[in-house]
Design a protein around this ligand. Structure first.
Ligand SMILES: [Fe+2]
Length: 177
């Protein structure tokens, strides 16, 4: 008898090199894409605003990290969408996913140890106890996490003493390198 894995879901964690410098350049870039709070949103974002040129600027600033991601995934990277989010005290993101095909990246631009992390939900219940399984992502400032777009994820209300800022991006994998 042998036991094998039927399904598994991986995620990537990538630490950004020279993050302090990158952070100020990314914050500078975001000045051109102000965030706002829409009525039905529990956070500030520029997702519904004009983000013309943001993808190109991000790709230029994060060239090394994108190279790292493509080498790891053994595929070419095609950015589909990018936006930023700020969580003030009490702000949270309800359970959602980003679609069925492709990957999502979350860049933790401004967080500290008190900031609420991102939780991912396992797409199936634990079959012994019929429980929902959560996985806490390493939501540390200066880190990028990459996971499949179809994974439901959420955050709890933010209670840190610092606004939490992230950049989210969706991308697809093109032909194998
Ligand atoms: Fe999300």
């Amino acid at each position: 008898m042998n036991e094998q894995i039927m399904f598994e879901i991986n995620f990537l964690e990538l630490e950004i090199k020279n993050f302090n410098e990158k952070k100020s350049r990314l914050l500078d870039m975001l000045k051109a894409y102000p965030e706002k709070r829409l009525k039905n949103q529990n956070f500030l974002t520029n997702r519904q605003s004009d983000r013309n040129g943001m993808a190109e600027k991000f790709e230029e600033l994060m060239m090394n990290e994108i190279k790292n991601i493509t080498e790891n995934l053994k595929c070419n990277f095609k950015l589909q969408d990018i936006w930023s989010i700020t969580y003030e005290v009490g702000d949270y993101h309800p359970v959602h996913n980003h679609g069925g095909i492709g990957l999502t990246g979350l860049l933790y631009l401004q967080t500290n140890e008190n900031c609420s992390p991102t939780y991912c939900l396992q797409p199936w219940n634990d079959h012994m106890e019929d429980k929902t399984i959560y996985r806490k992502l390493p939501s540390k400032e200066g880190t990028i996490v990459i996971f499949p777009k179809f994974i439901n994820h959420f955050t709890e209300p933010h209670d840190g003493d610092l606004d939490k800022k992230i950049i989210a991006f969706d991308f697809e994998m093109l032909e194998n390198k």
